[in-house]
Design a protein around this ligand. Structure first.
Ligand SMILES: NC(=O)c1ccc[n+]([C@@H]2O[C@H](COP(=O)([O-])OP(=O)(O)OC[C@H]3O[C@@H](n4cnc5c(N)ncnc54)[C@H](OP(=O)(O)O)[C@@H]3O)[C@@H](O)[C@H]2O)c1
Length: 337
């Protein structure tokens, strides 16, 4: 059962009406002057449908910034969309440019935007982000010591993790169970929850338990007997459970918490039918979660392991690795400066 975030998406064409950042080129030169490399697909299918193509650069519309991309994140939503999992309720317009998040250097500022300048390094959420230039609709300043590879993969997971904790009602002092804690969202959720003074129990396969411990979680394995293992680890009980992996686990999580209204899924859209909550984008102020993540990074309270960085030309391999479902931390794609 898979559902995914995507209120964050907006038509990439929408962003192309702003003023050009460079002097207008003659017609013959237009393609060279304003073209960029981007990863697109024009039919649903496997990684082989992904093509590195040259398309017109996007431009920052009102409320947006454009960045010269240095790194873009690879999320499960990328390959699920490409495979056509959402085609019935969210059909794509082809050609479709891949990617929801990126980090880079601001080179265009849309109407009505303040607090950011050309030349600033930022990371954030947008669409068509797996490209040399991307338009962001929410962003935060990149801490100086945060590598672009980390920043490029941080926005989706930070926003999702903060939103999930908020919507599940998790508060300081609570014990939170995260099912599927070793991937991108889990990595962010553990650290944000710890920074908000929560105790975190996270599930992952045994080889990843040291990784979970390094982030501040108490690890346990997923699979049969979870309720018993959690009871041993948290005899006082669990206040909130978040289903990150979408592994048909909601009834078990409701049993563990004892209150369906404090169980939330980001990956199983049948959660509401089972009495639990489901969370997806959009939220009103995603930039707040990005700012929180940047602050936690600067304080040393948040780190993101980049399992592997691929060049733009190898997005197919990057998505195939994501599709294995066993990424630790995040996969990103880098763009040469
Ligand atoms: N609704 C939203 O707003 C939203 C936003 C972002 C993501 N999502 C969805 O949330 C899900 C997680 O995203 P993500 O970026 O964290 O994915 P990810 O990085 O690919 O997560 C991979 C992790 O999942 C773990 N895992 C695999 N099977 C598991 C199971 N049965 N039980 C527990 N853990 C298991 C793996 O651990 P092991 O290797 O140890 O098995 C691996 O570390 C995806 O379905 C994604 O589409 C939804």
């Amino acid at each position: 059962m898979w559902y995914d975030t995507d209120g964050r998406s907006f038509d990439s064409g929408e962003a192309r009406d702003g003023p050009p950042s460079r002097p207008a080129a003659g017609k013959a030169e237009h393609k060279m002057e304003n073209a960029m490399k981007a990863v697109q697909f024009s039919e649903y299918g496997g990684p082989e449908v992904l093509k590195l193509v040259e398309i017109d650069e996007p431009h920052a519309g009102p409320g947006q910034v454009r960045i010269a991309v240095r790194a873009a994140g690879v999320n499960p939503a990328d390959w699920k969309r490409r495979a056509g999992y959402f085609r019935d309720f969210m059909p794509l317009e082809f050609p479709y440019t891949v990617g929801f998040e990126a980090a880079g250097i601001v080179d265009e500022i849309g109407e009505g935007v303040s607090g950011v300048s050309v030349g600033d390094a930022v990371f954030g959420l947008g669409s068509g982000a797996t490209a040399e230039y991307a338009v962001l609709k929410s962003w935060a300043g990149k801490p100086e010591d945060m590598p672009f590879e980390v920043a490029g993969g941080l926005a989706v997971i930070a926003e999702t993790a903060a939103r999930s904790l908020d919507e599940a009602g998790a508060k300081a002092g609570d014990t939170v169970l995260l099912s599927g804690a070793a991937g991108g969202v889990g990595t962010a959720a553990i650290q944000i929850a710890r920074a908000r003074a929560m105790t975190v129990i996270g599930t992952a396969s045994e080889p990843k338990h040291d990784y979970l411990r390094s982030l501040g979680a108490i690890p346990t394995t997923y699979g049969p007997g979870l309720a018993d293992r959690v009871r041993d680890l948290a005899p006082e009980g669990v206040d909130v459970a978040i289903d990150i992996a979408g592994s048909d686990i909601i009834p078990e999580l409701i049993g563990i918490v004892g209150d369906a209204s404090r169980v939330l899924s980001i990956a199983d859209f049948t959660a509401p039918e089972q009495g639990a909550k489901f969370s997806t984008t959009p939220q009103e102020h995603p930039e707040r979660a990005l700012e929180e993540a940047a602050r936690l990074y600067s304080e040393g309270a948040l780190r993101l392991k980049v399992e592997r960085a691929f060049p733009l030309a190898q997005v197919g391999e990057a998505q195939a690795l994501s599709e294995t479902g066993h990424v630790t931390g995040k996969i990103v794609v880098t763009v040469d400066a």
